[in-house]
Every structure is written in C-alpha cells, then in structure tokens.
Design a protein around this ligand. Structure first.
Ligand SMILES: [Zn+2]
Length: 553
C-alpha cells in the first residue's frame, strides 16, 4: 500500500507517552486468524450488480476447502453481515449459523485431514465495507474492491488472513455500459444488449486482501509497451488524457523489477484509478490508486525523467514492486508486514536510483529516514510487531521506511552481488506462498556466508536506531606526531547497535576509518597532520542513524 498522507511529527505530552508506555507494557500478544483446521484452495466468485451499482443483486461464492486436521465438524468462514440465501456442501443443503463476522457451516459428517469439500454460498445486499460503492471523479457509479487488511470477508466468505492464499476466478454481471476489471487473466465477456458477463481467472494463489474487482464507466487505455506483460489503464474519463503520461513509469518498473528479481508473476497488470482508502492498493495484477492520484498540486517536486510528480512515480513503482513482494511472496503473519511494505518502499527507491540518479535516491532515503525518526518519537515499537491490535496502525514508518532502510543496510553490508542473489533465492523459495522474517535472514545468510543473527535481532526484533554522540580531540605524542581520538557514544534506549560506522576526517586531506562498536562507547585513534577541521559520521549515508555533537567548552 501507499499511504495517502504522511503523519507530521508532533511533540506529544509526557502524559500521553506514559499512557502509551503502560498500554504497551500491559498489552497481550495479538491473536491472528491464521490457517489451522482448514484452508481455502480456490474461490469462484460470481457477482450480479444492479443498474446503478447500488448493491449486489445476487452473489454465489464457491469455495474449495482442504481439511487439515482430523474430526473437523464445522468450517468457520469469515463473513460479514450480507443476507445469506443458501449454503450447500458438495451440492447438498447445509446447516449453518452466524455470529458477528463468522459463518459456521456444520459438516454432515466429521471430515479428516486431506478431505476436499466444495461449499456454495449465495447471498445479496450492500456490503458495509470491502467492496466500495462510490461515484467516481466523473460522477458515475462505481464498485471497487478495497480489502486490506481483512475486509474482503465483508463481500466474499473466506479465510481472511494473508497466510490463507488461494486462486480465484470472478464472473461479474453488470449493465452493458460498465467496464469490469479483476485479478487474473481476462477470459471473455458474453451477454446481450442489456447485460454483460465478464470472466477472469487468477490461477496463482494470492492473499485474500488482494482479491479485487472494479466496475465503472471509465476509460480503458491499452499501453503500447507490453514487453513485460499486458499493461492497461482504467481511469475516469477526466483522467484519460493524462493517464499514459502519469503511468509512464509503469512499463520501466515492470522491466526493471523483472530483471532484478524474477519474471513478473501475473498474467496482466491493470492500473485502476478508483476508490481506495490508500494512496494505492497492490491487488495482484489489478492495482487500484486513489481517485486523486492525477490531481497535480502546486509546487510539487517533479521527476525530470518522467515529467510527472515524484509522488506519482513513487507510488506507481511501490505498488508494482508489491506484485513480487506482498502479492507473490506474502507475509506469513502481520508481524512480517515489512517483508511487503519495506520491500515495496525500498524497490521504489531502487527505481528512483536507476531512473532519476544517485542524488534523487539519496534524497529519497533521507526523507524516508526523517519520516521514520518523526514516527519513532511517538511510538517506539520493533518492526516485528506482535502486539499492536489495530492492523491499520501497522501502516507505519517502521514497516515502510525503517523496513526499507533495513534492506538498504543489508545491501551495504553484503554488497550488491550477495544481496540481490539472496533476494532472488528468497523470492524463488517463497513465490506464490508465504514467508517469514526468518526466511529472509536464512536466504541472505546463505547467499553471503555471513551470520546476520545480531543484525536482525537489533534492527527488526528490537526497536529504535542508533543515536551517536560524536566527540573528538587531538593530542601531540612526543616523537610520534599528532593523533586524533574519536569517540562515538550511543545514547538511544535499549541495546547498542554493533554496526560498523564509517568516519571521514578532514585535516587538509580526507581520511576514512571504520569504528566497530562492541558496546555503547567505541573510540579510535587516527594520526593527523595539523589538526582536524571536521569529522563526519557515515559520510555516504549507509546507516539509519542520528548524530549529535555535544557542545564543548
Ligand atoms: Zn505498500
């Protein structure tokens, strides 16, 4: 996801900090709706819309389920409050009952591990969320899926957790004037002068939050650049003229990520401007961007390369990167969300590095660091967050910006060759499936031969970042010349960071040394000529850190 707004840094009252600290100390570990007794294998979703797209006239979702334990007596689907018309198991009527957000279907006889069951659930109504009914920017009706993190069960009975990946096919029936887009391969459109039936099939397992349809009266524009995949845009008619320019980073991003990681995982890519509460939502093969994407703002920073705001370039590259990281390799738990958002944020940075140059990349990473510092002042959590109950609060600068920085620091430490080789191995091992933070560490350790336990422990499983206090003084040693003693003291809360810290000393000429901390305080002594005029910590910006210089008397 791309966020619509960035939270500004505010100083918060000490009392608020204390309350938050108490909540953090007393909060229990988050319970997640992970796969246990059964898993969905395939969803076949048919939806019939009314003329004005005000509701689902009728829907049929068929779900192939695989049973994972013995003596299972019921299947508990996540499902919102749409009216149910019938529930069948293997073509026979089934008993069911409902509790808030759950549809319990009783099995006629206990099922055992390996059993396959076919459910058919018919229902109708206007979902309260997940499938958003709204007028588009032309004032025309539209219906657009927007499911992150667990809102798809408001319109599709499902197991609504990213670990429950499944293939999906859609049949959407709507009045003939509407265009329909969905995940997967476009199969066909049939029907008559009044109604069209659109069929799409996504054969690869995708996370439930990525299952999407978009129904609207917008324009369809086929990109002439189909070198990587079938690329098309679906935008309100008012955006038709700008769409090709606005989405011009898309084809290069598809090509660049394909070369850097692996072939593009899906059959096509539709870029849709529609209804989403996010800046962009990375639905597999059918990304939805906010309706204001192409509203140009005064004094926006522009990309010289694409002639569009860097805001648009970044979010387009970010959502496309998710097709590999997030959609194909999906986080196993919400605590691993940075494997999705940190990767998408960093790969959008890599795209900037390739197409806009080193200075633009440095600026991108620097502003990412600043957003994270502002966030961290308000909330001091690890990236690997097993506590936060409100999943929307996981869309934070830890998972996005700090996650991107963790990847950037791993790249510096391992070198480009081992880093990208490790990422490709990680992708290959977990594509069309799920991955944990540990899986990433294993792949990078194997590619580099380095032990990354301490790095992951401090940067991902613990909170914060190094705050270095730099001090230095020079002294003359009889007969040996002048030496500069440089001391770095880490003043942040928690354990020290043991990352090597490059230091640049200017004393007439520039000299570089590396300090390798083993505790909070580390120092080195360097021979200088004529005193140092300046000492700079991490001159190339390879570490996520803050540096303070104590005032000297
Ligand atoms: Zn994202």
């Amino acid at each position: 996801m791309g966020s619509t707004k960035r939270v500004n840094s505010h100083r918060i009252l000490l009392t608020v900090v204390l309350v938050l600290t108490c909540l953090t100390l007393t909060s229990a570990q988050r319970r997640e709706r992970t796969v246990n007794q059964w898993k969905p294998v395939h969803y076949d979703v048919s939806v019939v819309f009314d003329d004005q797209l005000s509701q689902i006239k009728s829907a049929l979702t068929e779900i192939k389920v695989e049973v994972l334990e013995s003596s299972v007596t019921r299947i508990d689907f996540d499902f919102g409050d749409l009216a149910i018309d019938s529930v069948r198991i293997n073509d026979a009527p089934a008993k069911f009952n409902r509790t808030p957000d759950v549809l319990n279907v009783s099995l006629p006889r206990p099922a055992n591990r390996g059993d396959k069951l076919n459910f058919a659930i018919t229902y109708h109504g206007r979902p309260k969320d997940g499938l958003v009914f709204a007028n588009d920017r032309d004032g025309k009706p539209s219906a657009t899926g927007d499911n992150w993190p667990n809102r798809v069960h408001q319109w599709i009975p499902s197991l609504d957790h990213p670990s429950a990946k499944a293939s999906v096919s859609f049949t959407v029936s709507a009045p003939q004037r509407y265009e329909v887009t969905a995940n997967g391969k476009f199969i066909n459109v049939t029907g008559n002068a009044a109604t069209s039936h659109w069929k799409f099939e996504e054969a690869k397992p995708i996370p439930p939050y990525c299952m999407v349809i978009a129904v609207n009266e917008g324009a369809i524009i086929n990109s002439p650049d189909k070198a990587t995949t079938n690329l098309l845009y679906n935008v309100p008619k008012r955006d038709r003229d700008y769409a090709s320019k606005g989405f011009s980073p898309a084809a290069p991003a598809l090509a660049f990520f394909s070369q850097t990681v692996a072939p593009y995982p899906y059959d096509k890519l539709a870029l849709i401007v529609g209804a989403t509460r996010f800046g962009g939502m990375e639905n597999s093969g059918a990304i939805v961007f906010t309706s204001t994407l192409f509203d140009l703002r005064a004094n926006e920073k522009m990309s010289a390369r694409f002639g569009i705001p860097t805001r648009i370039e970044s979010v387009v590259a970010h959502e496309i990167a998710h097709q590999w990281f997030g959609d194909s390799v999906t986080e196993s738990t919400w605590a691993d969300l940075w494997l999705s958002e940190g990767f998408a944020t960093y790969f959008a940075g890599l795209f900037t590095q390739k197409y806009d140059g080193e200075d633009a990349f440095r600026e991108y990473m620097q502003s990412a660091a600043e957003r994270y510092f502002a966030y961290e002042k308000q909330r001091n959590n690890p990236i690997h967050d097993t506590d936060t109950e409100d999943l929307m609060k996981l869309l934070n600068a830890n998972n996005y910006e700090k996650g991107a920085w963790v990847l950037h620091m791993l790249r510096q430490r391992l070198g480009d060759d081992a880093f990208f080789r490790g990422l490709r191995a990680y992708y290959e091992a977990h594509k069309e499936a799920n991955a944990t933070t540990q899986d990433l560490r294993n792949a990078l350790e194997k590619a580099s031969g380095q032990n990354l336990r301490a790095f992951f422990q401090r940067w991902v499983y613990e909170s914060g970042h190094p705050v270095y206090e730099l001090s230095y003084s020079s002294a003359e040693f009889a007969g040996a010349g002048e030496f500069l003693t440089i001391t770095l003291k880490q003043t942040q809360a928690g354990e020290p960071f043991l990352d090597p810290v490059p230091i640049e000393i200017t004393s007439g000429e520039k000299t570089r040394v590396v300090i390798r901390p083993e505790s909070r305080t580390a120092s080195t002594r360097v021979r200088v000529k004529g005193g140092a005029t300046s000492v700079q910590v991490d001159p190339d910006g390879t570490l996520l850190k803050e540096v303070r210089t104590p005032s000297t008397s």
